[in-house]
Every structure is written in structure tokens, then in C-alpha cells.
Design a protein around this ligand. Structure first.
Ligand SMILES: Cc1cc2nc3c(=O)[nH]c(=O)nc-3n(C[C@H](O)[C@H](O)[C@H](O)COP(=O)(O)OP(=O)(O)OC[C@H]3O[C@@H](n4cnc5c(N)ncnc54)[C@H](O)[C@@H]3O)c2cc1C
Length: 326
């Protein structure tokens, strides 16, 4: 069993992709960092994430941050010796109405302003990059050649390795159960293996951040919501260099996986987790497939990628993800 230190300058709670990234960046800055993970690294939402990495967002600061992530993923494998599955296949984002096209063009302007290479394409040009798609309703598309895809668990392990190489301590099997608070400041954490003092604390507990933060009197507006994607068998014409595809007007996204497609979608009526706090032992776990709820997403996807109608479904993934209420 790994020893727990008596103190650390900064304690990070949670060993998903966010916690491991925070630990990596703190350690690189020379901060004495301790990461505590209740189960195993990546066992929360991270292990089943689809792995699309797109930089274009409506918020310019988030786009900038995602641009930095891509730079990091370009070098992370070489730096740590841990394979991340990162592939710069590029990413397409479709616009199927005039408002969306205006939004995409605005995003292109802001993306270019901080150096992201971004091309605006006609529907036919987009189809040349993604031949399986029907473009009857497409007005135009944005293409970011530096977008890509990766294996989220492997990125997490690579970040963890990089953090350790830079001096951070990451300990699995340690649950933070409470905080030591003095004069309205967190001075340490209580764990199932004793107390550890700290100067600062970073909560990266994903689905469990809201109830944990509440113990310190902090309201974090996050709710757990079901999210599904399916993985198909091989489909003719799906190649390993296929760009990721986002189709916001049809609420869907796609990426290549082992010659087939990952296809998921964000329903306008998502299913919330409704049984109170997500159980502490919800590690490496999925929810039951919910095909009825997925059907409208599937219908929208069939309009875009008719080949899905004939494709065998290898697996449906229904996982929990935390969202802000808005
Ligand atoms: C089906 C699905 C597909 C997705 N696809 C994508 C995608 O393609 N691209 C994308 O960017 N995002 C995607 N996401 C979202 C992505 O998975 C999450 O945003 C991300 O994994 C969240 O990481 P995290 O580190 O915040 O949380 P988590 O991975 O949940 O990590 C939190 C960790 O904290 C630990 N923990 C909790 N409480 C405590 C405690 N008290 N003490 C110690 N440890 C504790 C947990 O055990 C857990 O390991 C997807 C999500 C789902 C559900």
C-alpha cells in the first residue's frame, strides 16, 4: 500500500482526466502535489468517453484552452512514453441553416485570431472529406485540420505518468470523506486512511464534486445525466484517417473506431440521474442501454449517414456525465 504523506502544498481530489491534468500541470510548475483517487485512475466518466477532441466552441477562451490541449497531446506520448491513441485526423463541423452558418463563420474568425488553422468548406468539399455523408441539407462546414481523437483512459494514464515524472504523488484507493476547515479556509482533508494537511485543494471529482463540495459549504451546480453512443461493426468506406464529424443541427457526432463508427448524440430531453447522489462504488460502470430514448438520435443520424442502416451494432455505451443545469 502506498504511504500517504502528512501534508502536501496542493491536494487534487479525483483521478479522472481532469484531476490528472491538474496534477500534471501543477507538478510541472514545481508545486508539491498529491492526487487522491477513491478507486482507480479514469474509473469515473473518463474511461467510457468517446474520445473526440474538437477545439471549436462558442466561447473563445474554451477554444483557446482546447488549442493548448491539442498542442499537449502532440507531445505527451513522446514525453511520457505512454501511448495515448492521439490522431490528428481533423474535425468537421456542419452548418445546416443560416443561423448556424453565421455562428460557424464567427467561430472561424475567433479561432483564427489566436492562430488556429480553420477552413470554411462548401457542402461538396466537406463531403469529399467524409464521403459517407449525405449533404442535401448542408449549407457549409468548418474544418479544423488539427482536431482529432484519442483514447481518454490512455491520455489520463499518460498525464498521470507525466505528473509522477515531474514529482507529483498520485495515490489510488484513497477516498476523501471530509475537509478540515479553519477560519473559512480548507487546511486539509479527511480520508479513509487518515488526515492530510494542505494549503490548497482542487476538487476534480466529476459526478461526485457537487455532494463533496457541499460538505465545505460550496454549491457546485453540476448534475449527472445519461449520455449514450453506439459503436458499429466495420463499414465500407470508413478509414482510419476519417475526420471526426459534428452535426449540431442533427444533434450528433461521429468518429472512426476500428473501421466502424462511434455515433452519439445530445438529446434535447436528456435523462437525468434521478436516484439521489451517484453511488460511491459507481466505478468502471455503465447504465442499461436505452434504445427508446436513442431512437430520435438514430433517426437524425440515418439522414446524415445512410450506411448506418446496414451496419451491425457492436456495442451501445450509456454512461453518466456531469452537466451544468444550463
Ligand atoms: C458516453 C460519454 C461519452 C463522452 N464523450 C466525450 C468526448 O468524446 N469528448 C469529450 O471531451 N468528453 C466526452 N465525454 C465527457 C467526459 O467523459 C467527461 O467530461 C470527463 O471524463 C470528466 O472527467 P473528470 O476527471 O471531471 O471526471 P471523472 O472521470 O468522473 O473523474 C472523477 C474521479 O473522482 C473520483 N472521486 C470522486 N469522489 C472522490 C472522493 N471523495 N475521493 C477521491 N476520489 C474521488 C472518482 O472515483 C473518479 O475517478 C463523454 C461522456 C460520456 C458519459
Amino acid at each position: 500500500m502506498t504511504d500517504l504523506p502528512a501534508s502536501a502544498q496542493i491536494i487534487v481530489v479525483g483521478g479522472g482526466i481532469v484531476g490528472c491534468s491538474v496534477a500534471y500541470h501543477l507538478a510541472k510548475r514545481g508545486v508539491e502535489t498529491l492526487l487522491l483517487e477513491r478507486h482507480q485512475l479514469s474509473s469515473g466518466s473518463t474511461w467510457h468517453a468517446a474520445g473526440l477532441i474538437g477545439q471549436l466552441r462558442t466561447n473563445a477562451n474554451i477554444t483557446k484552452l482546447l488549442g493548448y490541449s491539442v498542442e499537449l497531446y502532440d507531445r505527451l506520448e513522446e514525453e511520457t512514453g505512454y501511448a495515448t491513441g492521439w490522431r490528428r485526423n481533423g474535425g468537421l463541423r456542419l452548418a445546416c441553416n443560416a443561423d448556424r452558418w453565421i455562428e460557424v463563420k464567427r467561430q472561424a474568425t475567433s479561432a483564427r485570431s489566436f492562430g488556429l488553422e480553420m477552413q470554411l468548406l462548401s457542402a461538396k468539399e466537406a463531403q469529399a472529406l467524409w464521403p459517407l455523408m449525405n449533404v442535401d441539407d448542408v449549407i457549409g462546414a468548418a474544418f479544423l485540420p488539427t482536431d482529432g481523437q484519442a483514447n481518454p483512459s490512455d491520455i489520463t494514464q499518460a498525464l498521470a505518468k507525466g505528473a509522477r515524472l515531474a514529482g507529483a504523488k498520485l495515490v489510488e484507493g484513497v477516498a476523501v470523506t471530509d475537509f478540515i476547515i479553519e477560519n473559512d479556509r480548507v487546511r486539509g482533508v479527511v480520508t479513509n486512511r487518515g488526515a492530510v494537511a494542505c494549503e490548497k485543494l482542487v476538487l476534480c471529482a466529476g459526478l461526485w464534486t457537487q455532494p463533496l463540495a457541499a460538505r465545505a459549504g460550496v454549491a457546485v451546480p453540476l448534475s449527472a445525466v445519461h449520455h449514450q453512443y453506439l459503436v458499429t461493426e466495420k463499414i465500407n468506406g470508413v478509414t482510419s484517417d476519417l475526420p471526426t464529424l459534428r452535426d449540431p443541427d442533427r444533434l450528433t457526432y461521429y468518429k472512426e473506431e476500428v473501421g466502424g463508427l462511434v455515433m452519439g448524440g445530445y438529446e434535447p430531453n436528456p435523462v437525468p440521474w434521478s436516484s439521489g447522489t451517484v453511488p460511491e462504488d459507481f466505478a468502471f460502470r455503465l447504465l442499461e442501454d436505452d434504445w427508446d430514448h436513442f431512437e430520435p438520435i438514430m433517426d437524425l443520424a440515418l439522414g446524415r449517414v445512410p450506411a448506418l442502416a446496414e451496419a451491425g451494432v457492436k456495442q451501445m455505451i450509456n454512461g453518466l456525465e456531469s452537466f451544468t443545469p444550463d
